[in-house]
Write a protein that binds this ligand. Structure first.
Ligand code: APR
Length: 250
């Protein structure tokens, strides 16, 4: 259902307004979540078919936590490899990722700030990507900190082990773990200086990531999200449609 706005003397729908704002800006910042990758075939977390709605021996949000990784590494890696790594490395960017990379190349978009760990923005060609929750593509030994590739994790039989005997873990922010302060301060800087802030494919329920959007000081806050969020009322433009489809029309 598209809210219709009167703008510039004529009836324009929200997509036309968004297109206008994008055409006129060279300082766009994007803040996204799992809903950006669902059109690539990666389920999100909280939609009806999301990862957290599926039934497991433990609640998924318990599994992807620091404590669970330490106490039940075998079960952690079984879930993590099957449900988070495999979908990420077997998926391709969709139109949402492509358009953001195009706008960056055109000098219109300054940064992609994402909660996703699938690396699809970089696969689409985006260069300035701030990964608030890390990425499946970076892994390290929890004892000697030797770096490892995602293939070393997904191809390991059971728990990935370093040659020093330590466990190879993903450079992903698990529940109970903190976000990288350098990434956070860069994200805050881009958002607080943005002309247009486009928020897409996120339920905005996980902090501190969701709190970042409060730093936006402009008057072109766009929300492109299939379902309603608690921030809809603060947005200057709300589009409840699939982000890949919306972006393909811009
Ligand atoms: N287009 C637009 N919106 C979509 C699409 C789509 N194609 N598909 C799904 N959505 C919307 C859903 O309606 C939902 O509101 O994207 C949102 C995804 O929300 P979540 O599943 O909660 O994902 P996200 O907001 O990224 O979760 C944040 O939670 O568990 C942690 O670390 C995990 O980064 C994740 C964080």
């Amino acid at each position: 259902m598209q809210r219709e706005n009167w703008l510039y003397g004529g009836l324009m729908n929200n997509i036309d307004i968004l297109k206008n704002w994008i055409d006129e800006s060279d300082n766009i910042v994007f803040f996204g979540g799992a809903g950006v990758s669902t059109e690539s075939g990666i389920p999100d977390f909280r939609s009806v078919d999301g990862l957290y709605k599926q039934k497991y021996k433990y609640p998924p949000e318990t599994i992807v936590s620091h404590t669970f990784l330490k106490q039940k590494p075998g079960e952690f890696f079984e879930f993590y490899k099957e449900k988070m790594v495999a979908p990420a490395i077997n998926s391709k960017p969709n139109m949402a990722h492509e358009k953001l990379a195009q706008w960056e190349k055109e000098g219109k978009l300054k940064a992609v700030i994402t909660q996703n760990i699938d690396g699809l923005h970089q696969a689409a060609g985006s260069e300035n990507v701030l990964e608030l929750h890390g990425t499946v593509h970076k892994n390290y030994c929890d004892r000697c900190y030797k770096q490892y590739k995602v293939s070393d994790v997904i191809n390991a039989d059971g728990i990935p082990k370093c040659e020093c005997g330590g466990t190879i873990r993903p450079d992903v922010v698990l529940y109970e773990e903190g976000l990288d302060s350098d990434v956070m301060s860069k994200a805050i800087n881009y958002i607080s200086n943005a002309d247009v802030l486009i928020i897409g494919g996120t339920s905005l329920v996980v902090y501190p990531a969701a709190g970042l959007i409060r730093y936006y000081r402009g008057n072109k806050l766009v929300l492109v999200n299939l379902s309603e969020t608690s921030q809809d009322g603060f947005a200057d433009l709300v589009i409840h449609e699939k982000i890949g489809e919306v972006f393909s029309r811009l």
